[in-house]
Design a protein around this ligand. Sequence first.
Ligand SMILES: Nc1ncnc2c1ncn2[C@@H]1O[C@H](COP(=O)(O)OP(=O)(O)OP(=O)(O)O)[C@@H](O)[C@H]1O
Ligand SMILES: [Mg+2]
Length: 455
Amino acid sequence: MSTLSTASTTAAAAPAAALLRGPRTLFARLALILVVGLALAQTFSFLLTMHERDDSMTHMMVGYVEREVATSVALLDHLPPDERAQWLPRLARRSYSFVLGPGESGTPPAAPLSARFAQSMVAGAAAGLGTHVPPTVNAVPGGKEHFQVHLKLSDGTPLTIDMRPMVGMPLSDWLPLVLLLQLVVLGACCWLAVRIATGPLKQLARAADTLGPDLKASRLPESGPEEVAHAAKAFNAMQDRVAMYMTQRMQILAAITHDLQTPITRMRLRVDTMDDDATGARLRQDLQEMESLVKEGVTYARTLHGTQEAPRRIDPDALFESIADDYRDAGQDVTLRGSIGGALMAPPQALKRVVGNLVDNALKYSGAAEIETGRQDDGRAFIAVLDRGPGIPEESLAAVFEPFVRLEESRNRQTGGTGLGLAIARQLTLAMDASLTLHRREGGGLEARLVLKPA
Ligand SMILES: Nc1ncnc2c1ncn2[C@@H]1O[C@H](COP(=O)(O)OP(=O)(O)OP(=O)(O)O)[C@@H](O)[C@H]1O
Ligand SMILES: [Mg+2]
């Protein structure tokens, strides 16, 4: 029960942790930072402008209201009482109007905007009347800001100014649209900037990826912004250095293994003239092992060194038929099934060598080999070499491709080898742009599958 709840908590925590960590790609992270940052800055400056606009508008309005109220009150004061009522609509403005009467009573206005307007109105009214009866102000309860200024004209008639201060100016219809447009332009610029910044990284990763054992990596263009051009130059130089070191090492390996052949041959001749038969036989066997090691070493060095065979147009079915025939002629149990059909572009010697190494293994470790050829669902030609031998444990499937790796059980005299067969096969496969994989078979044994590159 507790394990179950722990598991579900962990499952729920995983997406939350991922969310906290943010997006995985550099592109998304930079874009997010830029877009959110710029959008926030934009919104902030918009709000600031609006606030500033409202503030200066209010300031202007306060001065205006004071002057207007002074004039209107002075006019009403001087009009004969029976004419005052008909002037009222003409003196009314959008935010305030005049009422002949005592109005409503209440508490003094507390809202800052009302307080500011009330102050200017009181000043205006006092100036208009030129008297000393101080006008009184009170807020009118309700939803919006609303207050009244009460005063008495010089003949004693009560007058009320009823005001509903306007909060800011209404926004124009097109403003949100312009804002939206700005955000879109901003988003597009961010996207472009991030693309320019991360593009070269992708290119670099691709170039580094293609730098395979054949050292045929694509060169990066040494153009663009200074930093990018610099990185590309450094990468290309590194690539050249790696290729040079590899070539040197391979040349040394090739030279050593090649030059060993001569003394081995000489020793063999000497052993043949020896009297001691028992020691001679043992020495001969050791020499034979040394010879095959040297021979394989030379081949491996050559395949790495890029002595590449050019692909030619071949008839694959005929090629595999002849390989199988050669084995059968030598008395080996090799069967061939299926067909690829048509012609293929491939380096025939390399292909022969890869299949040969796989068949050799199958024969060595199981006594029989089955070659199956055909086309996969995606149209690529495949050659599978199958056996019913001991197979290779799952954890060693990748390791056996490394040079000189042999599995412990097979380290015995009869199946003795150098451990280079699969390394050479993989090297040649890479040069052909093909893929070579090993699989354990149902019911025991091994399947080595070579899939050629699409035609
Ligand atoms: N068909 C197979 N069945 C079982 N084990 C295999 C098979 N093919 C390869 N192996 C294992 O993988 C190891 C590496 O194979 P690889 O062909 O590279 O070397 P090798 O056969 O030992 O020597 P070489 O081929 O150089 O003479 C072998 O030593 C063997 O343990
Ligand atoms: Mg082998």
